[in-house]
Unconditional design. Structure first.
Ligand SMILES: *[C@@H]1O[C@H](CO)[C@@H](O)[C@H](O)[C@H]1NC(C)=O
Length: 954
């Protein structure tokens, strides 16, 4: 007996020795051990003694030291231990979305001097934010939002000189916003911080004037839903970098400082639900404003201000109960991007006229409780107009639709691509690609989107695409994402449910979930600018081991016996229920099929009537296209890309077509596909490649284009195609391409910005007519000639407008820049970036206007220099250089470009109106085998943008 105990004791002490040795070898283990002692549901892989040697999920090491802990959405419960401080090398700590994490944030956390990201979003931490955080000198991201922290914002945060992101929103913080006073630090010292997100707390006192200075680089100032009082400090006008300002839902008083309109970069301005007085702010000059809400203040009684109809970028105007009087100007409604006007509870009078050129994105005009006595009725309004409680509705007893309030419906759900319903077992969910799986779910909150029309489905497609892009570039195995249930919450955040589906498996691993969580918690995912600042709250996830061990297996014996006795009668009931259920499912399936196939009710043989928006495009059956491509044979393949393949086909009429066939994974939802072909079918011009038809059948999505036989301009300029382009021909090609682009900018309805003009997207037909192809990245514009669309930067390097790249403000002038590069390419035959040399800079450098041919001999394409006279080349170079001017406003419009090319042609003795010549004489019959222009993968990825609601299928 005794000896056994001795052996036992010896084993224990040897183990302890081993542990001690390991501890010395890796002190990080001590800290993690403390974490393990205090937390439940840590990954089962946290076993053994060396966090860096074995594969501990959520841990990353550098040189055998723990540098990153990412445990988002691990279902962790418990409290943090102060021993965390011994992780001296830790740089990233992300414990977001663990609702079971409670208690205070231990002050010793301030000893982790290497920490650059401290991310604890959506947990249940409480108590004070420790002052010691102010000593984390390396901190770049500090996200403590959506917890239960109390007390003041520690002034020491002012010492975080590297801080970029400060999110303390949605806690229970009190006290004033701290500013420095010579002895103590304050947030005014954070001159490198771009984000102050303090909304939904209980902060009080005045907004300190000292907080703002011209040395700040703040872009998002979010103070909404607090208890702030006093005046808005005039110093706010000094922070010229601001893009989003939310001061709504406080008790701010006094008049709004008149220099507010100095903030010329602001896109979203919320001053609503305060006690502001004085004149209605004059926002003239805030030319990038998208969304304005100043509702529920007691401004001086005032006529409708002039700026209402001068800010071209406005999407949303909310001025409820602001004591507005007088008539609404008709010009307001023709602001090109206008979506929503809410001016309830004012004293607006007169006759309402929305005009005939109102914005094609206009969705809602709500003028309840005003004094409007008449309405100029015009044909075909497709907007929701509410005039309830106006004399026009009260006195005339009219029964017009605008005298009742309808429930507007903004439901959205990512459409599955014709999945069979009921395929998945009860607890799995079908992905948009019809794969049954356990998705990771959560909620996205956008704190100030620039749009207000939630029925425009293209915005969700854009968001889905950018989420997918973000997950894929983080190398996460994501099959697809699904968005649903858009709504605005009480503080006007856009709220969306998100489901993320795994790829190649039916369930994510812990490492993958923490990776996805981190992409969202750490803001690695940058949504397109129109969505503004966001945060995400992840739901708990059912990990593999956790699910099987709980619940289902533990049925007791008594349960089974009772169950058997009751069985017979229950069985009858169950059968009945099953019958009803089957019927219900069938109905549901039918409904779902209808939704998934928006063409379902169309009769493709009737070219008119039910499909008014499809101009000239045909609906092909799968069989038809299969036949004309010889069963999609490889021999007919003419290009491929990420979206799928392009085939050449011959229709029974003999017409040659190029068929773009989306492959699994690159298909869009049915409605998006329909919207896209509706857009493409409206574009008809001899210098633009036109859509012949489409196929949406048997799960296929195909676009059928006219076949353009002579390939791309790039191939011809580079000499690959064998087509000789002399100076005259180049001028003709330039003119054709310019006219095509001019058509898209000026004449297409709605106007389109191409976004990817390049020589690979200019095709040449048999008569060498230039045709603009691939609106894959196109953005629809509003009706007006001016205005811009804020959007994700897309395009091709070398052609990309630097101004657009810097500001992300897309205008037609970005296309003009790309076109200028194309013109330079036409005379030099060089790629825009060749051997590290940028064509624009090279031409600029070589150019000497005092010399013959501007001294460009050395850089010109030898193929044209050899030819005949180069009359007009100088003017051509001038035109190209004006197109690539740094500032968009200095560049010509496409109409001016067309005119100038026509002038140059006349200088060169050519008739700009003559048809191009046939190419046969100089076609040197080179082998084809080129990469076909249709192979650009972007066309199928087209995701709308600001698709006007009138274009949308109902
Ligand atoms: C608003 O500001 C603009 C530019 O600062 C000015 O021209 C205009 O007169 C102002 N309007 C009013 C009503 O004060």
């Amino acid at each position: 007996m005794g000896s056994r105990i001795q052996v036992f004791m010896m084993v224990i002490s040897i183990q302890m020795l081993v542990i001690a040795a390991q501890q010395r070898k890796n002190q990080d283990y001590v800290a993690l051990k403390a974490l393990m002692d205090n937390l439940n549901n840590l990954p089962p892989s946290w076993a053994g003694l060396d966090p860096c040697g074995e594969s501990w999920e959520g841990i990353m090491c550098t040189n055998s030291r723990v540098t990153s802990i990412k445990l988002a959405s691990m279902n962790l419960t418990g409290q943090l231990s102060g021993d965390l401080q011994y992780l001296y090398e830790l740089q990233i700590l992300d414990l977001s979305y663990n609702k079971g994490l409670t208690g205070p944030l231990p002050p010793p956390i301030g000893n982790m001097k290497k920490l650059s990201s401290l991310i604890l979003v959506g947990c249940s931490f409480s108590g004070l934010i420790p002052d010691t955080i102010g000593s984390l000198q390396q901190l770049v991201y500090l996200s403590l939002n959506s917890n239960s922290f109390t007390g003041p914002i520690p002034p020491s945060l002012g010492n975080l000189s590297n801080l970029y992101w400060l999110d303390l929103a949605d806690n229970k913080l009190t006290g004033t916003i701290p500013v420095s006073n010579g002895t103590t630090p304050g947030l005014d010292m954070l001159v490198h911080t771009k984000h102050f997100h303090f909304g939904s707390n209980q902060l009080n006192g005045e907004i300190p004037s000292k907080l703002f200075s011209s040395s700040m680089v703040l872009i998002h100032l979010l103070l909404e839903n607090n208890q702030l009082i006093g005046k808005i400090p005039a110093n706010l006008g000094l922070v010229q970098t601001l893009e989003v300002v939310r001061l709504d839902r406080n008790s701010l008083s006094g008049s709004v400082p008149s220099n507010l309109n100095n903030l010329s970069h602001v896109n979203e301005l919320f001053l609503s639900n305060n006690k502001l007085t004085g004149p209605i702010p004059n926002l003239t000059g805030m030319n990038f404003l998208n969304y304005v809400d100043m509702s529920n203040n007691t401004f001086d009684i005032s006529d409708v201000p002039r700026w209402f109809s001068t800010i071209l970028s406005l999407t949303t105007l909310k001025m409820e109960q602001t004591r507005l009087q007088g008539e609404l100007p008709v010009a307001l409604f023709s602001l090109p991007q206008l979506q929503t006007v809410i001016l309830r509870n004012n004293e607006i009078n007169g006759t309402l006229d929305i005009g005939s050129t109102y914005s094609n994105q206009l969705q809602l005009v709500d003028l309840q409780n005003n004094f409007i006595s008449g309405f100029t009725q015009r044909a075909g309004y497709n907007i929701e107009l509410i005039l309830v409680n106006n004399p026009i509705c009260q006195e005339t007893g009219t029964t017009e639709g605008y005298c009742t309030i309808k429930q507007s419906n903004s439901s959205y759900s990512t459409l599955a691509n014709n999945c069979l319903p009921g395929q998945c077992s009860s607890d799995q969910i079908s992905s948009p690609n019809c794969k049954c799986a356990y998705p990771y779910t959560g909620t996205l909150f956008f704190r100030s989107p620039s749009f207000s029309d939630l029925r425009n489905t293209s915005i969700y497609t854009i968001l889905q695409n950018s989420l997918m892009h973000s997950f894929q570039s983080s190398l996460l195995p994501v099959d697809s994402v699904s968005l649903s249930n858009p709504s605005k919450n009480l503080v006007d955040y856009l709220v969306l449910s998100l489901e993320v589906f795994p790829s190649g498996q039916d369930r994510f691993s812990r490492t993958e979930i923490s990776g996805i969580g981190f992409v969202l918690s750490n803001q690695t995912f940058k949504p397109p600018p129109m969505f503004g600042p966001f945060f995400f709250i992840g739901d708990p996830y059912g990990y593999f081991a956790g699910v099987t061990s709980s619940g289902t297996k533990k049925s007791s014996h008594t349960g089974i016996i009772i169950g058997a006795a009751a069985g017979a009668s229950v069985l009858v009931l169950l059968l009945l229920l099953a019958g009803f259920y089957a019927l219900h499912q069938k109905k549901r399936a039918e409904r779902a099929t209808k939704q998934n196939n928006p063409f379902g009710s169309w009769d493709p043989n009737k070219s008119s009537g039910s499909i008014p928006q499809l101009k000239g495009a045909r609906c092909f059956s799968f069989e038809e296209l299969k036949k004309c491509t010889n069963n999609f044979s490889d021999a007919n393949g003419i290009g491929s890309g990420g979206y799928g393949k392009v085939y050449r086909g011959t229709l029974p009429t003999g017409q040659l077509v190029a068929i773009k066939r989306a492959q699994q994974g690159s298909k869009q939802g049915g409605l998006e596909f329909k919207t896209e072909i509706e857009l493409l079918s409206r574009v008809h011009h001899k210098n633009v490649v036109s859509l012949v038809g489409f196929c949406f059948e048997q799960g296929e999505q195909m676009l059928v284009y006219e076949f353009i036989p002579n390939g791309t301009l790039r191939e011809s300029v580079s000499g690959k195609s064998g087509i000789r382009l002399d100076w005259a021909r180049r001028l003709r090609v330039a003119l054709g391409a310019a006219k095509g682009l001019q058509y898209l900018h000026v004449l297409a309805n709605p106007p389109i910005i191409h976004r990817d003009i390049k020589s690979n997207n200019i095709l040449l037909d048999e008569r060498l007519n230039a045709k603009v192809a691939d609106f894959g990245l196109s953005k629809l514009m509003g009706d007006a000639e001016k205005g811009h669309v804020t959007t994700q930067v897309k395009g091709t390097m070398g052609y990309l407008d630097p101004e657009y790249y810097m500001t992300q403000q897309l205008t037609e002038k970005s296309d003009v820049y790309s076109f200028g590069v194309l013109l330079l390419e036409l005379i030099t035959a060089r790629s825009p970036i060749e051997k590290g040399k940028y064509i624009v800079r090279e031409v600029k450098r070589a150019m000497d206007k005092t010399k013959d041919l501007y001294n460009l001999h050395g850089i010109l394409d030898p193929a044209i220099v050899l030819g005949t006279s180069l009359k007009g080349l100088e003017n051509f170079a001038d035109l190209a250089m004006s197109c690539v001017e740094e500032s968009g406003t200095d560049r010509p419009t496409m109409s001016e470009v067309v005119k100038e090319i026509e002038n140059i042609m006349q200088l060169a003795g050519l008739n700009p109106n003559a048809e191009s010549a046939s190419t046969s004489a100089s076609y040197e019959g080179a082998s084809r085998g080129y990469e076909h222009p249709y192979s650009n993968e972007s066309l199928f990825a087209y995701s709308g943008g600001f698709v006007p609601s009138r274009l949308e299928p109902q």
